[in-house]
Structure formats: structure tokens, C-alpha cells
Design a protein around this ligand. Structure first.
Ligand SMILES: *Cc1c(COP(=O)(O)O)cnc(C)c1O
Length: 416
């Protein structure tokens, strides 16, 4: 299959072979995957996709792998939940949650990008995989590497949540905790990547890795009955996910799956690490790096690699960006749980918090078909909410004790 044409520099357009390289040697711009859309258009159709596997690999015609020996074959096709209760609370008619809290196998959107990165890494002959991570990426790389029997190094900041640390150790990769924040980890990993011939999923394999994010756009459109949403709200760390959702929507048009892209892209960050949202609100097309300080650790990248492109995509779509405080993150996690029964991690709180802000300030209107991307599972960031949810009622094991606590009455009704 010749669907993948080349790696192409996002700045100067110079083309490169589809190997493990990520920077243009002429202008140092980042490389991305270019496809033969005319050829893909000949072979792809709504019907073929609908008859494909119940995973993100139903979109393999638009993913940067050559074979069909997929690593991570079950990632994707997570539920698109019609959020009637949350929609009613916020005052919008048609709201959906794209629920990647239940992605396979490690309960975050990162299973999509890792499935693509490691499948491609294996195709390119790598036996050792590695990553610089804010938490979820490491979990996913470690799990996939274990299943594939690949050697694995994951590098994480020194202050990660307990469940995310444990969620590495259990798979027995080499877990390297770096005394510093993500930006320190990333800088170190760039040096290590230059010394060792490993597949660093978000460094030298980044062009392939990033493509996995497009499947969140593809699936959303299919699950809406081949409609594009009017508004989407996307959490941002490096800004890659947002950029690729925008790319994915345009690819669907390029290969004839949809006629038009009218979707407004909205980016979400936590106030304590909001270099991209801050730049957008100030009307700048460049961001200033920050030192992160927020409970939304999975989004805590102070110097975001795709920040510039995220600003560009959002502006092109006539969308918006905003940020919320850590208190608002916690309130939004509770709101989503208590209206829709979905327990999201802090990044989900950022998304729902910003969604709420954008509805309140009129950016998202009552009639807009809106999709909020909830990208990680709340059981991984329990520290963030443990003091905000109260305690159970504790009673003796007797009917009297129960009745004393809950004055329910004989025929039901009434709560404690
Ligand atoms: C990594 C991550 C994101 C987005 O990351 P980008 O670097 O912007 O692509 C969003 N949510 C969660 C939970 C993540 O782990």
C-alpha cells in the first residue's frame, strides 16, 4: 500500500522518507506524515469503515503504518455519550462526551497514539521503545511494550500521581523518575534519543505517534452519523491532539467521507499551565513558556511542542481557547461524574470546566452540536478529588442503625 507518501516539513515543505526522523535538516521545522489522498479516496468509503474492526484501526487507510500486524489492536471506538443531563444543566441541546476514560488498555487517549507509534516502530525494526511522559503516555507505552515483548524505558517527572507511577511499574519497564518537571524530562530525553538508537515515541517517532490522535476526529464524525460537530472542546498539553483533530477533519473531506468542515475548535488548559490559552486570549500567535503549577499534571507542559500549531488551527476554525483554576477542575470532575456517571481525571475536569465557561460567555450556543473530549480516567488521579467528595456513612451492622441514619419510611421515599 502506498497510502503514506512521505514525511514533510510543516514549515518549508521539504520531503523525507518515512523513517524515524522528526526534524527538517534544512530549517529545523517539525515533520509530519503526508498521504496520497487521491489513492486513499479510491479505496476508502463509509461502508468499508463501518464494516471494519471495532477499533480505531477501522481508519487504517489514514494511519501511517504499512502492514496490518497492529500493536494495540483494541484501542479506540470508545463511546460517544449523549450527555443529556450535563447538556440540560449547561443549557445546550446536543452535547456529547467522547469518553476515552475507557480506552484500551490503559484508560486514556494515549492508547491511540501509542498503538500507532509502536506499530510503526516495529515496522521500522526497533526493539527498544521509550518516551518522555506526563503520566498517561508512560502507562500506555509500558503496557504495549510488555504485550509486544519489546524493551522499554519510560521517563516521568518526579511528582506524578501514585496510580500513574504504579501503572508503569506493574508492567516492569525501566521506569526513570527524573527530579524535575516534564520540560526537564523532555530535554533529557532528547539528549538520550540522540545517543541511543531507540524508538522514542514522542521524539523521533513523533510524526507517526501524533497521527493516532486523528482517530478521535474520525470516530466522532462517524458516531454522529457522519455529521461534523459545530463545536469541540479539546484539552491541551503539547497541543498535538488539538492540531491533529483539525487535520483529521480536513482529511475526511479530502478523501470524500464528508463534504464540509464547519467545526469550531476550542482548546482547554489549566490556569497553572496555560501558555497556549494565554497566548490565544492575548491575540498572540506565539506562546511564552511557563513553569507549570497545577493538579492537571497530564497537561502540565510549560513549553508545548505544538503550541504554535494549536494556536493556528484554533484561529483557522474561528474557535476559541480558555483556562480554568484547579478548584474549577475539581468542581468539573464532580459535575461530570454526578450528571453523566463518568469519572474523569484532572484533564477531563479541565475540558468540562472550559466547556462550561464557553457556554456561559456565549461562545458555544444552545443549538450548537458540541463534543467534549474527556481523555483520561479519574481512578488515576484520586489525589485531586479525595478531599472533595466527603466520606461514606459508617454504621453498625444493624437495621436500627441503618434506619436511624436514613429516615426512609416504610414505602421508600425520603433520603437521609
Ligand atoms: C497527553 C494528554 C492529552 C493531550 O496531550 P497533547 O500533548 O496536547 O496531545 C490530553 N489528555 C490527557 C489525559 C493526556 O494524557
Amino acid at each position: 500500500m502506498a497510502k503514506m507518501k512521505a514525511l514533510v516539513c510543516r514549515e518549508c515543505g521539504k520531503e523525507y522518507p518515512t523513517k524515524a526522523i522528526h526534524v527538517c535538516e534544512m530549517c529545523f521545522g517539525p515533520l509530519e506524515v503526508k498521504y496520497n489522498y487521491a489513492e486513499v479516496k479510491q479505496i476508502i468509503s463509509r461502508k468499508k469503515i463501518e464494516e471494519g474492526p471495532r477499533s480505531m484501526w477501522r481508519y487504517a487507510d489514514l494511519l501511517p503504518v504499512e502492514g496490518t500486524n497492529y500493536l494495540g489492536p483494541h484501542a479506540g471506538m470508545t463511546p460517544l455519550v449523549r450527555a443529556k443531563n450535563l447538556g440540560a444543566y449547561l443549557g445546550i441541546d446536543e452535547l456529547y462526551i467522547k469518553n476515552d476514560t475507557v480506552n484500551h488498555p490503559t484508560l486514556s487517549f494515549k492508547d491511540r497514539v501509542v498503538a500507532v507509534a509502536l506499530t510503526r516502530a516495529r515496522e521500522l525494526g526497533f526493539e527498544t521503545v521509550a518516551c518522555a511522559s506526563t503520566g498517561n503516555l508512560a502507562n500506555s507505552v509500558a503496557a504495549h511494550a510488555a504485550a509486544a515483548g519489546m524493551r522499554c524505558y519510560v521517563f516521568i517527572p518526579g511528582d506524578l500521581e501514585a496510580a500513574k507511577v504504579l501503572g508503569n511499574l506493574i508492567y516492569k519497564p525501566n521506569v526513570v523518575e527524573v527530579e524535575g518537571n516534564y520540560d526537564d524530562v523532555n530535554r533529557l530525553c532528547s539528549e538520550i534519543a540522540a545517543e541511543h538508537g531507540w524508538a522514542f515515541v514522542n521524539i523521533n517517532v513523533r510524526p507517526y505517534y501524533a497521527e493516532g490522535s486523528k482517530t478521535l476526529a474520525f470516530e466522532t464524525v462517524e458516531q454522529l452519523g457522519w455529521r461534523t460537530p459545530d463545536q469541540v472542546v479539546i484539552p491541551m498539553a503539547s497541543g498535538s491532539l488539538l492540531t491533529k483533530i483539525w487535520k483529521g477533519l480536513h482529511e475526511m473531506k479530502a478523501v470524500g467521507l464528508i463534504n464540509d468542515v464547519r467545526t469550531k475548535i476550542n482548546g482547554a488548559q489549566a490556569e497553572g499551565c496555560s501558555p497556549i490559552s494565554t497566548a490565544f486570549k492575548a491575540g498572540r500567535d506565539f506562546f511564552k513558556p511557563v513553569k507549570p503549577k497545577t493538579i492537571a499534571k497530564s497537561l502540565a507542559i510549560g513549553n508545548p511542542a505544538d503550541g504554535y500549531y494549536a494556536l493556528k488551527a484554533t484561529a483557522e476554525s474561528q474557535g476559541s481557547m480558555d483556562m480554568v483554576t484547579d478548584d474549577e477542575v475539581v468542581e468539573s470532575i464532580k459535575l461530570l461524574a454526578q450528571t453523566e456517571g463518568i469519572f474523569a481525571e484532572t484533564a477531563g475536569g479541565v475540558t468540562v470546566g472550559v466547556l462550561q465557561k464557553l457556554v456561559k460567555n456565549g461562545t458555544i450556543k444552545k443549538g450548537d452540536v458540541t463534543v467534549a473530549y474527556v481523555t483520561g480516567n479519574g481512578l488515576k488521579t484520586q489525589e485531586a478529588v479525595v478531599d472533595a467528595v466527603g466520606r461514606p456513612f459508617r454504621i453498625q451492622p444493624s437495621l436500627v442503625a441503618f434506619e436511624k441514619t436514613f429516615k426512609v419510611g416504610k414505602n421508600g421515599g425520603g433520603d437521609a
